[in-house]
Write a protein that binds this ligand. Structure first.
Ligand SMILES: Nc1ncnc2c1ncn2[C@@H]1O[C@H](COP(=O)(O)OP(=O)(O)O)[C@@H](O)[C@H]1O
Ligand SMILES: [Mg+2]
Ligand SMILES: [Zn+2]
Length: 287
């Protein structure tokens, strides 16, 4: 066993019990993993039900279809929904000694979710802060993500333990995408999310306004049945970019329920184009 001055597997005598036999202090394993990931995108929202998981999954799929190597990490310990959205329910990641293989969705997209670890999806997970923190760190450093262009993280809603430890684990280069709905009530939540990200020391890439207008199945255009623009106003006010709006589209929820990602099948619809517009700034990131 090698001498170790403080990795997660360090014994009190300074020896290291980690499988890789780490010989450097602290978070070396984590840094090594992060060093192979070019861009880390954390998808957040002020509250649940705004379509955060849907947006995260479709961003990941669209980037992978554009030829990027993508990892999708679902850290929603209370309601992991990524396995269902991508028809990966019941899959189990291969486990090695202190290492897990993410579940492949395609050659370019691999997925990790707490949902893969639960015996059934009704199993409640009641974990306290420090345990969640450890779980999220493990999901980053103990998973063989390999070389990625993007790691997309689907966070639980709010500004609690999970978003905090996600940002802290990924470090200051991780950037946040905040999902909201057009309604005014959502605006305060978003404001809180934006300032939270700033307080932790990270940057907000921008705001996505989901369920904005209605994608009409009859005529194929988008009808603005309610006020839209809340997200855009908020972005201006908060000094962050407005990434675009996604209409309410019955096909989005059908595809979610049936486990085929919308962006794989409906890319050429008005809604598909709206989603594609949201990933354009990501595709423009330097290599
Ligand atoms: N643009 C949209 N059009 C129609 N339904 C949507 C849209 N976005 C999300 N949904 C539906 O709304 C529900 C909540 O979405 P979800 O992504 O699980 O939200 P969150 O992760 O924020 O809790 C799901 O049933 C999903 O299919
Ligand atoms: Mg969700
Ligand atoms: Zn119409």
């Amino acid at each position: 066993m090698s001498e170790c001055s403080g990795c997660a597997s360090a014994a009190p005598d300074g020896s290291c019990s980690s499988a890789t036999g780490c010989d450097k202090p602290g978070d070396d394993k984590l840094q090594k993993t992060l060093g192979r990931i070019k861009h880390k995108i954390v998808v957040m929202s002020g509250k649940g039900g705004v379509g955060k998981s849907t947006v995260a999954a479709n961003i990941a799929v669209a980037l992978s279809l554009a030829g990027k190597k993508v990892g999708l990490l679902d850290v929603d310990v209370h309601g992991p929904s990524i396995p269902r959205l991508l028809s990966l329910k019941g899959q189990k990641p291969h486990m090695g000694d202190q290492i897990m293989e993410p579940v492949p969705w395609s050659k370019n997209l691999s997925v990790m979710s707490l949902g893969f670890m639960l015996e059934d999806d009704r199993q409640a997970v009641i974990w306290r802060g420090p345990v969640k923190m450890g779980m999220i760190k493990q999901f980053v450093e103990d998973v063989m993500w390999g070389d990625l262009d993007f790691l997309i993280v689907d966070c639980p809603p709010g500004t609690g333990d999970e978003p905090l430890s996600t940002l802290q684990t990924l470090g200051p280069t991780a950037i946040a995408v905040i999902v909201t709905t057009p309604q005014g009530v959502a605006v305060d939540d978003v404001r809180r999310s934006v300032s939270f990200v700033g307080e932790v020391g990270n940057r907000v890439l921008g705001i996505v306004e989901n369920m904005s207008g209605f994608a009409c199945p009859d005529c194929g255009t988008i009808h603005n049945i309610f006020n839209s623009g809340g997200g855009e106003e908020l972005a201006t006010e908060a000094g962050v970019r407005f990434l675009g709006r996604i209409p309410l589209d019955p096909e989005v929820s059908t595809s979610g329920d049936e486990g085929f990602p919308f962006m794989k099948v409906h890319r050429d619809t008005a809604t598909g184009k709206a989603m594609q517009a949201i990933i354009e700034p990501l595709l423009a990131f330097p290599e």
